[in-house]
Each structure stands twice: as C-alpha cells, then as structure tokens.
Design a protein around this ligand. Structure first.
Ligand code: SF4
Length: 349
C-alpha cells in the first residue's frame, strides 16, 4: 500500500480515502512528513510560513443549539448570558489593534432574537470604523441559523449580507461534517448537506468562505474521512474557492461530553493527512489557539499558515490558554527551520 501511495503523491496525483486512512493508521511520522511536505511544496517554498494576529470576538454566548461539546453557550434566560453592544465590540477591536492585529473573527451562539438586520448593522458599523481591519463576520453555522430564523432561503440571506458589504462568512462551526456525528452531539445545529448548501450560496453571492475541522471528540476515522472526502469534492465543485483549511483539537474541560484531549502526535499526524488528501486547498493552517507553540510543529507536518490569537472565549472556557508571548511562538517556528512572515488578511477569491 505504501508504495502505491508514495507513487501517487510524489507523482502529483491524488490518493483515495482508503489510502489516506491506511496512511494515518500505518504510516510512520517520517513517511507522513515526506508526503505532506511534497504536497505543501506544490504551493509554497519549503521554509515559508505565514501568520497574522487576530481576535475572535464572541459577541453573544446565548445559544439554543445545545451542542454537548460546548462549554461556552448559555441557554436563553440563564443568569450569565450576554450580548455585546457595538461599543463593547469596538473596545475589543481596539485591544486587538494595540497588539498589531489585523483580523477579527466574530463567533457567537444561535441567538433566537437576532435577525439579519442586527448583524448587518453591527458589521457595517465596525467596517466603517476600522477600514484597516478585515472581518470574518460569522460562521456558516451562524448564517444558517439566522437565515432559517427568518425563513429566508440561503441565497436570499447571502444576497442581503453581500449587499451590506459582507466579505467573509467562514466555515467555522463545522467540527466533524458527518451526519452520525452531528446526531450524537449536535442534533439541533444542521445536517451536512444543509451546511454545504449554505456555503455554496455564500460563495455564489460573492462572499468568501473557508474550511475548518475539529478533531478529538469521539469521532471514528471513517467519520473523519467523510469530512475530508466531502470537503475535497465540494472544493472541486467550486473551482477551489476555499483558500484555507484550519484543523484544531477539541478541548474537553467544562463540557457535557467531557473526554480527554487528543495527544499532540495524533493532531500532527492528522494535519499531515489533511495536507496530503486535501490537495486542492492552498493553505493548511495549524492551530496556535488550541496547541500554543506546539502548533509550530504542524509546519513540519504540512501546514503553512497560522493565527496568533489575542482572545477567544469559546476555547478558553473549554480549557485553552491564550498567550500574548507572540515572539516565543515565532521563535519556535524559526528553530524548526521556518521563516515566519506576517501577512495581510486574504481577500475573498
Ligand atoms: S458550539 Fe456553537 S452552536 Fe453549539 S452550543 Fe456552542 S455556541 Fe451553540
């Protein structure tokens, strides 16, 4: 099996899901690194790595979805719920800018009282006030909820956001895109087909999007492969318009699901499989948010890009720690032979 896989990858061809699963289970780390670096090399020089500083602004923790892996949400009416005002959001953007940050990712819950107009007003206000900052205005999962709440078809809702200037609604809230997984842990969120219908509508409206994945719940390898296979097919079908894929690891603390954290070695090996299998995605991103400076080893396993996060309540509630010792993280990348360069936020394809 290994010879067939090597021949394909080093020859610039695709491997299938059975080969990817075999490689994850049986390949050595050295073999995974060689093949991941080969695919990485189709897009990026070997020592090149890029980064930017960003804040994830959690504008509300109110959510009706009740995912059992989430330590962040509060059901409506609970005592410690919040919804940030525009001024409170701007205070957080100012804090990001004081760190030299250039990107904000908004991420909240499925708030039953917030419609399209609430979001477009907030985003228009912050875009006007901070023209030098890029905004990932919500995740596909939040977009789906907002559209459904108003009984809007996805193409209509996407057109409303686009008309108000939205540039990005990113592929967050994906976790493991497998319907059996979703039924076990997040039955109120969406079905996989629905997720891709929404993402397709966003791209058709001229809004940029990205791909994400979270591992380390109780998902099977088959469920993980379903996620990758569907994503690669989708990316083919939209002519490669998703510029990046970010994989991070579940933090199990304070959640109903609980469990244990995925070991670093497993995360790195999975990153390599993602780089090798997702040969139609240019940027594979490693997660400082959940692995801190260990995420730099992800560059060896095929990643080429990363965020330096300044805040995110969702992962911190579940046990992540955010460090502002950015130079230490960059130095870790240099020690591994990379030349990490700050980049500007991408513009949608
Ligand atoms: S993961 Fe997102 S959708 Fe699920 S409960 Fe948490 S905030 Fe809500």
């Amino acid at each position: 099996m290994l010879d067939a896989i090597r021949t394909r990858v080093l020859g610039g061809e695709r491997i299938d899901r059975a080969q990817a699963a075999w490689l994850f289970e049986h390949g050595t780390d050295e073999q995974l690194i060689e093949l991941a670096q080969s695919v990485r090399g189709r897009y990026h020089p070997p020592s090149r790595a890029t980064w930017l500083k960003m804040a994830i602004i959690n504008y509300t923790n109110v959510c009706v979805a009740r995912c059992d892996y989430c330590a962040f949400y509060r059901f409506p009416g609970e005592p410690d719920t919040y919804l940030l005002s525009t001024e409170q959001v701007c205070d957080k953007i100012d804090a990001l800018k004081s760190h030299g940050g250039t990107l904000v990712g908004f991420n909240g819950g499925f708030h039953p009282d917030l419609g399209v107009e609430h979001y477009t007003a907030l985003f228009q206000a912050v875009r006007a006030r901070y023209p030098d900052v890029e905004f990932y205005e919500m995740t596909v999962a939040e977009f789906m909820f907002v559209a459904k709440r108003q009984s809007l078809p996805y193409d209509e809702a996407a057109a409303m956001f686009a008309a108000c200037g939205t540039r990005w609604i990113t592929g967050g809230g994906a976790e493991v895109l497998d319907d059996a997984f979703r039924l076990r842990h997040s039955p109120g969120k969406y079905k996989v087909e629905d997720f891709y219908d929404a993402q397709r509508a966003l791209l058709a409206a001229g809004i940029g999007s990205t791909a994400t994945m979270v591992i380390g719940f109780d998902e099977t390898l088959d469920e993980r492969m379903n996620h990758l296979e569907r994503l690669r097919d989708f990316q083919d079908s939209v002519d490669g318009r998703l510029p990046s894929f970010l994989c991070w690891t579940y933090k199990p603390y304070n959640t109903e699901l609980a469990g244990e954290e995925v070991p670093l070695t497993e995360y790195l090996r999975w990153l390599a499989i993602c780089r090798i299998y997702l040969d139609n995605i240019e940027h594979i991103r490693t997660s400082v948010l959940t692995r801190n400076e260990d995420a730099m080893i992800g560059l060896v396993y095929g990643a080429d890009d990363f965020d330096l996060p300044t805040e995110d309540e969702v992962t911190q509630k579940a046990g992540a720690t955010i460090s502002h010792e950015f130079e230490l993280i960059l130095e870790s990348a240099r020690k591994l032979g990379f030349d990490p360069q700050m980049r500007q936020p991408l513009r949608p394809c």
